[in-house]
Design a protein around this ligand. Structure first.
Ligand code: HEC
Ligand code: HEC
Ligand code: HEC
Ligand code: HEC
Ligand code: HEC
Ligand code: HEC
Ligand code: HEC
Ligand code: HEC
Ligand code: HEC
Ligand code: HEC
Length: 277
């Protein structure tokens, strides 16, 4: 029994010593840049600089061990590190991102899939000036890298052609937000912010717009049909819900085939319950 206790005490004792000896400590950015002076120049072009209170070791962890023995194994270098451990580094200061736990995080897509901290040799050689928001790519190509389906949809003859520069996906999406954001109701509100004349509120609401919002009839990313409609023929779109139109709607008569020529206020109306104007 005595022997066992002795052995445990010994183990605990040496364990503690071992831990204190190897646990690296903060040495401060000034020490890091003594050997990494080019990194200092580059990082000062980004918001992650000492003037903003950001130190090398906020991201790379305590570096005394590495400063004594500058091996890559002695520092958190982000290479082959788990997504979770990378999140932990970034969330230290960007903790508000935590609230909006989007699929991008859940599916293990780390911040570094879209952002770059702009001081690795590779990036700096390729793109000397950091991009806004430290994004790897300022265009939709950033998103198409993984979202092939949407790339195909946007290639269809009818799609939003937002003018100007930048990433058009961001007009409707925030990549930090959760999956809730793409629920039809939320998305329809977003559509309405640019298309207020279609989203009401109306005195006479077209109930066809109420369940799935705009997505009931439109494809947001692109369509082979004019007006981004889900059907190639407006008539068939209407008849898919209105099989029982009044008798005089003779579908053999061309006049009654173009539904929106009479029911033109199809998104809703303040004057006509049958959406004539
Ligand atoms: C005594 C000089 C020296 C100091 C001080 C120093 N480093 Fe290094 N560091 C190096 C050298 C040399 C390498 C290249 C090692 C290699 O590639 O084998 C390196 C590599 C690195 C790497 C890249 C590892 C990789 O996988 O390529 C990181 C990250 C790094 N250092 C961060 C830091 C940070 C943060 C500090 C301050 C805490 C720091 N260094 C302090 C000399 C130093
Ligand atoms: C905001 C977090 C952050 C800060 C602050 C930061 N780094 Fe880094 N560092 C990274 C990340 C992430 C990488 C991995 C490469 C990349 O994607 O940019 C990296 C990579 C490196 C590398 C390897 C470069 C290469 O060519 O692969 C070195 C060396 C380095 N950092 C040193 C430093 C030094 C020195 C400082 C302080 C002056 C510093 N870092 C501050 C996040 C940071
Ligand atoms: C799927 C791509 C993607 C991922 C993953 C991603 N971001 Fe972003 N981030 C963006 C885009 C795009 C913008 C620019 C947003 C804009 O212009 O509206 C941005 C902007 C930012 C901004 C500046 C604007 C703001 O909202 O405060 C910060 C900070 C930021 N991201 C931090 C992070 C951190 C930290 C992570 C990881 C937890 C992360 N991002 C993961 C794409 C991404
Ligand atoms: C020690 C705190 C700290 C850490 C850790 C940190 N950041 Fe930041 N980050 C900042 C500050 C401060 C800013 C500037 C804030 C501002 O402009 O509002 C910033 C800004 C950003 C921006 C916006 C850049 C722009 O052009 O506006 C992005 C993107 C970003 N950080 C990503 C990251 C990523 C990815 C990580 C993890 C690798 C990370 N940050 C880790 C403090 C930090
Ligand atoms: C590294 C790969 C990758 C990149 C880059 C990427 N995404 Fe994603 N994204 C995913 C994965 C994986 C999912 C979850 C599965 C799915 O819905 O396809 C996802 C889901 C989504 C969703 C569905 C909503 C959600 O949270 O589930 C939207 C919207 C989205 N991404 C938009 C974007 C935008 C906008 C960009 C560019 C700023 C982008 N993504 C860049 C991988 C990526
Ligand atoms: C006009 C607004 C709009 C634009 C611009 C837009 N989206 Fe969407 N996106 C939506 C709507 C609405 C949904 C939800 C309906 C759906 O699933 O089709 C959605 C859904 C998604 C989803 C989830 C699909 C799924 O089935 O889970 C992804 C991924 C996505 N968008 C990526 C992108 C990318 C990448 C871009 C830029 C090329 C982009 N979106 C541009 C409106 C938009
Ligand atoms: C019940 C089906 C339906 C719903 C739901 C619907 N639309 Fe439409 N939308 C149409 C039809 C049909 C047209 C083509 C009208 C025509 O033939 O002139 C159209 C045309 C449009 C147009 C182009 C013509 C114009 O009026 O400016 C926009 C923009 C539009 N819709 C936006 C929206 C938005 C935003 C929503 C959601 C708030 C929405 N739509 C919901 C059926 C619908
Ligand atoms: C950032 C503003 C903006 C947002 C958000 C937006 N749109 Fe648009 N939309 C436009 C503009 C500008 C046009 C006309 C030019 C074009 O086709 O890009 C348009 C055109 C359209 C058209 C007519 C396309 C055609 O073939 O003539 C439809 C339908 C439409 N939008 C539906 C939607 C739906 C549904 C949503 C939500 C998923 C939406 N929009 C979100 C700005 C926006
Ligand atoms: C997703 C299903 C759906 C689609 C698609 C749809 N509607 Fe409707 N519509 C409804 C519903 C539900 C009502 C309410 C039915 C009721 O009150 O009897 C309605 C009401 C109407 C009314 C008023 C009926 C009344 O009794 O006052 C007219 C007119 C109408 N729709 C025309 C159209 C036309 C034209 C189209 C094609 C552009 C169309 N609808 C597409 C579901 C739809
Ligand atoms: C030439 C004009 C015209 C065209 C084209 C037309 N309608 Fe009508 N629609 C009417 C009139 C008139 C009424 C009756 C209004 C009333 O009762 O006050 C009506 C009523 C309706 C109603 C409401 C029925 C009810 O119970 O009150 C629906 C639903 C409807 N139309 C759907 C359609 C659809 C679907 C199409 C295309 C296939 C279409 N309409 C094409 C003129 C038209």
């Amino acid at each position: 029994m005595k022997k066992v206790i002795l052995a445990i005490t010994f183990l605990l004792f040496t364990g503690c010593c071992f831990a204190t000896k190897t646990k690296p400590e903060i040495v401060g950015s000034n020490t890091c840049v003594m050997c990494h002076d080019t990194v200092e120049t580059e990082i000062n072009k980004t918001p992650h600089n000492p003037q903003n209170g950001v130190q090398c070791e906020d991201c790379h962890g305590p570096g005394s061990k590495h400063a004594d023995d500058p091996s890559p194994d002695n520092i958190f270098n982000f290479k082959n590190k788990s997504t979770r451990s990378i999140f932990k580094k970034c969330f230290k200061c960007h903790g508000d991102m935590h609230k909006n736990w989007s699929s991008h995080f859940l599916e293990g897509k780390s911040c570094l899939n879209c952002h770059d901290t702009w001081h690795s040799e590779k990036t700096v050689n390729e793109f000397p000036i950091p991009k806004p928001n430290l994004l790897k790519d300022g265009s939709a190509a950033l998103c198409f890298k993984c979202h092939i389906t949407q790339k195909i949809e946007f290639a269809r003859p009818f799609h939003h052609q937002f003018s100007g520069t930048g990433n058009s996906c961001l007009r409707c999406h925030n990549p930090h937000k959760s999956r809730k954001e793409i629920r039809p109701r939320q998305m329809s509100q977003k559509c309405g912010s640019c298309h207020p004349d279609t989203s009401g509120p109306f005195v006479y609401v077209h109930l066809g717009t109420q369940h799935n919002g705009c997505l009931e009839c439109h494809k947001p990313h692109g369509s082979t049909n004019p007006n981004l409609l889900i059907r190639n023929n407006t008539r068939f779109l209407c008849l898919s819900c209105h099989a029982d139109t009044p008798m005089f709607h003779n579908q053999a008569d061309p006049k009654y085939k173009n539904c929106t020529s009479c029911h033109s206020a199809i998104h809703g109306s303040n004057v006509s319950p049958k959406f004539f104007e």
